[in-house]
Structure formats: C-alpha cells, structure tokens
Ligand binder design. Structure first.
Ligand SMILES: Nc1ncnc2c1ncn2[C@@H]1O[C@H](COP(=O)(O)OP(=O)(O)O)[C@@H](O)[C@H]1O
Ligand SMILES: Cc1cn([C@H]2C[C@H](O)[C@@H](COP(=O)(O)O)O2)c(=O)[nH]c1=O
Ligand SMILES: [Zn+2]
Length: 193
C-alpha cells in the first residue's frame, strides 16, 4: 500500500498537476485561465500558452476573453505539438481544449508527470449538452476541476448550457453572441421560446 504521507510529500516536491477550468460559453473560463497564468508569471515561472489553430475568432497569437482581456499564446495544429514546444517550462496553459484531438489527455498527463503545472480551459458540453471532445477524459484525470457558470440571458440564474441560436447542426461552429447564449437548465429545455 503506497497511500501514505510520503506520496503526497513527493508529489508536492515534484509540483506537477492538471487543473481544469470548464463551463458554458461566457462563464469566465478564459478570464480565469489568464488570471492563473498571470499569477504564475508574477512568480517568475516559465509559462507557455497554447490554443488550437482551428479557433480563429480573435488574434492568432493571443487568448482573448469576451471582455477583451488577453495574453500571448501559440496556436498549434495538434496536441502532440504541445509536448515539442513545452520543453523546459514550469506552467502550461491550454485554452479551447474541446477542439483538440484525443491525444490531449495523455499530453497533459505526460507534462504533469514531468513536474509541469498544466491548466486546461474548455467547454465541458457542446450546444446539444453532450460532453465535448477530450474534455471528459481530462476532467477525469485532473487534480482539480473548476466548473464555472455564466448568467442565463433569459432569467438571470446561473447558466451551464451554451444554447445555439442559429440553425446549424454541425458540432464545431465558431461564434459569439450572434450564435450562442448561455442558459440555465430550465431556459435551455424551453428552447422553443
Ligand atoms: N451572460 C453572461 N454571463 C456571464 N458573463 C457574460 C455574459 N455575457 C457576457 N459576459 C462577459 O463575459 C466575460 C467572460 O468571458 P470569457 O472569460 O471569455 O468567458 P468564456 O471563456 O467562458 O467564454 C464575463 O466577465 C462578462 O463580462
Ligand atoms: C457550444 C459550442 C461552441 N462552439 C464554439 C463557439 C466558440 O467559438 C467556442 C467557445 O468559446 P468560449 O471561449 O467558450 O466562449 O466554441 C462550438 O464550436 N460548438 C459548440 O457546440
Ligand atoms: Zn434561465
């Protein structure tokens, strides 16, 4: 049985971990990711930030929140590129993780096992309310999961769904307020209104 205090001591000395920040659109995932990464920079840690090349809504070389907060980032084609580009860093940030391929959970685990603090932000559910891309696996393997909520635009209650306003059934459809609104469970289910 290796479940003893020594295991925790060794873990904290190594420092590696996976943190997930998930939730609906507009729930503050990118802001929270930027906040954590800025604090790591203030602590003089070496930080690298990645986003999927597929997400072309804003600047190519920056994460930008809906409130226009931003931080420089590197767009990558696939999850394995992160391993190549994140050598010799203390902290890795990954935004829009739902768009990455199925390698991302392993990539996060390899980095965390090497002592890297990995902070992953992404949509936990798509517009149909189904688990999105590699997010469920990463959440299962994470040390911590923060599920954020937006404000339901219909009733003001906490919102965990991203309701799609446009008649398009494809899973990946980039967009913002013209295409999506955050809704609570009741308003999401009453989607005919
Ligand atoms: N309905 C809403 N609920 C909460 N925040 C909203 C809403 N509409 C706009 N916002 C703005 O969006 C910001 C969060 O943006 P962002 O961090 O980019 O979210 P996410 O990455 O989760 O989509 C909030 O601080 C707020 O100013
Ligand atoms: C629900 C849902 C969203 N998307 C897209 C829409 C946006 O471009 C991003 C989410 O960005 P945010 O930082 O979380 O606001 O994902 C999608 O392609 N499919 C969906 O089902
Ligand atoms: Zn509501």
């Amino acid at each position: 049985m290796v479940f003893n205090e020594d295991v925790f001591k060794r873990k904290s000395e190594l420092g590696g971990s996976i943190e997930v920040v998930c939730g609906s659109m507009f729930s503050g995932k990118t802001e929270e990711l930027i906040r954590r990464l800025n604090r790591a920079r203030i602590a003089r840690l070496k930080v690298e930030i990645f986003s999927p090349k597929a997400d072309t809504r804003y600047l190519e070389n920056a994460l930008v929140s809906h409130d226009a907060n931003s931080i420089p980032s590197t767009p990558v084609e696939n999850a394995s590129s992160i391993l190549l580009l994140a050598s010799d860093v203390n902290v890795v940030g990954i935004d829009e993780a739902q768009f990455f391929d199925a390698e991302l959970p392993d990539v996060c685990n390899v980095l965390a096992n090497k002592g890297v603090r990995v902070i992953v932000a992404g949509l936990d559910m798509d517009f149909k309310g189904q688990p999105f891309g590699p997010m469920p696996q990463i959440m299962a393997m994470a040390d911590s999961v923060s599920k954020l909520q937006a404000v339901c635009v219909r009733c003001g209650n906490p919102a965990m769904y991203s309701y799609r306003l446009v008649p398009d059934d494809t899973r990946i459809l980039l967009g913002e307020k013209e295409s999506y609104e955050p809704r609570c469970r009741i308003c999401y289910l009453n989607s005919a209104s």
